[in-house]
Write a protein that binds this ligand. Structure first.
Ligand SMILES: CC(C)(COP(=O)(O)OP(=O)(O)OC[C@H]1O[C@@H](n2cnc3c(N)ncnc32)[C@H](O)[C@@H]1OP(=O)(O)O)[C@@H](O)C(=O)NCCC(=O)NCCS
Length: 148
């Protein structure tokens, strides 16, 4: 498996993976296209196996200077799960956030997303807050992990 920064040519695969993994909560093609065209605001890291994109992570770099890494997304192709791909992506994001001076990593996840909650718990995250009805009626769980 190879991890690398996303490039504009990744858009089609990224949109397909986002839709398959997040369904109604998927980001739009326009949002993803803008993000890939203007690297700097967020880091998009993709995982590649046999020349195919199998996962990606997005880290908002805006708050990093204030000591906070905001993990926007981690998603892995359903056929490639439980092989450590998201763990590798998380490790890359943690390294980037730490290098940028972040002391903690924050994220929000749907309260009914059992797989993601299990993944983040395994990755050392702890619940610090809940946002009622954040996802069109479903609560968001706010998770945090200390860095360094
Ligand atoms: C959550 C997600 C990213 C995990 O990806 P993954 O590559 O399968 O995760 P890993 O293989 O690195 O898993 C690491 C550990 O997390 C835990 N874990 C991951 N998925 C799990 C699941 N479905 N059930 C229970 N534990 C799980 C396990 O402890 C696992 O270690 P193990 O396989 O040795 O038991 C993946 O399920 C996914 O893409 N889901 C849809 C998108 C999503 O909901 N993203 C998060 C919100 S943005």
């Amino acid at each position: 498996m190879l991890l690398r920064d996303a490039v504009p040519g990744d858009l089609e695969a990224l949109v397909a993976l986002e839709r398959a993994a997040l369904g109604d909560d998927a980001w739009s093609e326009r949002l993803l296209g803008d993000a890939l065209a203007a690297p700097g605001a967020a880091a998009y890291v993709v995982a590649v196996v046999d020349d195919a994109m199998v996962g990606y992570a997005a880290l908002d770099l805006g708050p990093v200077a204030a000591g906070i890494g905001d993990l926007l997304r981690i998603a892995v192709d359903a056929r490639q799960r439980r092989r450590g791909i998201a763990t590798a992506l998380l490790g890359d994001v943690v390294a980037r956030a730490t290098a940028g001076g972040a002391e903690r990593l924050l994220l929000e996840v749907r309260a009914d997303n059992a797989s993601a909650l299990a993944f983040y718990a395994a990755g050392g995250f702890e619940e610090i807050d809940r946002r009622r009805g954040y996802y069109r009626g479903t609560d968001a769980v706010v998770l945090q992990r200390s860095l360094g």
